[in-house]
Design a protein around this ligand. Structure first.
Ligand SMILES: [Zn+2]
Length: 337
């Protein structure tokens, strides 16, 4: 089985730098073929990887999503027969349509065992609006069909600009994971874990599991923490035969916002207010705070823990409870669109 990873992005987005990063940090030990469609661009220098297992093929006389689509499909089949690579990384030209490149890969499948793995688009946060206005068709297509959007140059943009860019991208593609942390600060391993898996689900699953475990050990389905109980009457109700899903809702959001530690602590304390937010039973999150630091917080009523952690691809927060007022939660964490 050969994995296909498509890494698209406009000229100057930083796509080539990113491919170099993942090749050097992660794929030197793998059998990888890189197919570049670069007319006019400066691609990856093959000499760099001469001693590794990385092979490079260039298609330079046109675009692999249209004029060279036949050559492109044949190249995929040839490299599979010749090298049997574990992975083929495709770097389309800046104007390649991601949907068409995916189609061409599907067409190349016949008989070959291929699996489309990562669909990453690198987007320059400073140029997003200009490119959407001027190259809407190609640019939107690259955003729409990506599973992961890597925002580049976020370290040069204001936090407001990054937040606005995330909102714009989510309107085109609500499902993609958006990496807002400068990816130079993240390991290739961390980025690939998101791009290959389903990064957004991880925190939510973790919190669900925690809750389920908690309920089992306490023998009560109400989910309240009995050690710090202040909703004592909850267990008097007959709800022992409900599934957790019927009683609890999980609310989760991602955000590139930078919080102050003090502000965050106050926000978490305010979650105690059941009239405003509903019955919050557990909260967990990873958020960026001042000075480039990141914290992970854990919330149970009357108990807040925060600890410093290494940067994640973007901030995220997850709240579990019953009768949650999600509008109020969105406002509290500044994630209203
Ligand atoms: Zn094309």
């Amino acid at each position: 089985m050969t994995k296909i990873d498509i890494i698209s992005g406009f000229l100057g987005s930083g796509k080539t730098t990113f491919i170099k990063k993942i090749l050097e940090e992660k794929f030197l030990a793998e059998k990888v073929v890189l197919i570049e469609n670069e007319f006019g661009q400066i691609g990856i220098d093959g000499i760099l990887f001469k001693k590794s297992g990385i092979e490079i093929r260039e298609l330079n006389s046109g675009c692999i999503c249209c004029s060279l689509v036949g050559d492109f499909e044949r190249t995929i089949q040839e490299v599979i027969e010749k090298f049997k690579p574990e992975r083929i990384i495709i770097e389309p030209s800046g104007v390649g349509k991601l949907s068409e490149i995916i189609k061409a890969c599907e067409a190349a499948k016949q008989g070959e065992s291929l699996h489309i793995n990562m669909l990453i688009t690198v987007v320059d946060v400073l140029k997003l609006d200009i490119y959407l206005a001027n190259f809407g068709e190609f640019f939107e297509n690259q955003i729409k069909y990506a599973k992961t959007i890597l925002l580049s140059k976020t370290q040069k943009a204001s936090p407001e600009k990054v937040e606005k860019a995330v909102n714009t991208i989510q309107k085109i593609n609500a499902k993609a994971n958006i990496v807002t942390t400068p990816w130079e600060e993240l390991s290739a391993e961390k980025i690939l874990a998101i791009a290959e898996g389903d990064g957004t689900q991880a925190l939510e699953n973790e919190i669900k599991e925690l809750l389920q475990r908690g309920m089992e050990s306490e023998g009560c389905h109400c989910g309240h923490n009995h050690a710090t109980e202040h909703h004592h009457d909850c267990c008097a109700h007959e709800h022992h035969h409900h599934d957790a899903d019927e009683i609890f809702t999980v609310w989760g959001k991602e955000t590139p916002r930078i919080f102050s530690v003090e502000e965050l602590r106050k926000m978490l304390v305010s979650l105690e207010n059941a009239d405003a937010f509903g019955d919050v039973l557990r909260g967990k999150g990873i958020l960026q705070v001042e000075n480039g630091a990141w914290v992970q917080f854990d919330y149970v009523p009357e108990e807040i823990q925060m600890s410093e952690i290494s940067p994640d691809y973007t901030g995220k927060v997850c709240i579990i409870g019953s009768q949650l007022n999600t509008n109020a939660l969105e406002k509290l964490f500044f994630v209203t669109n």
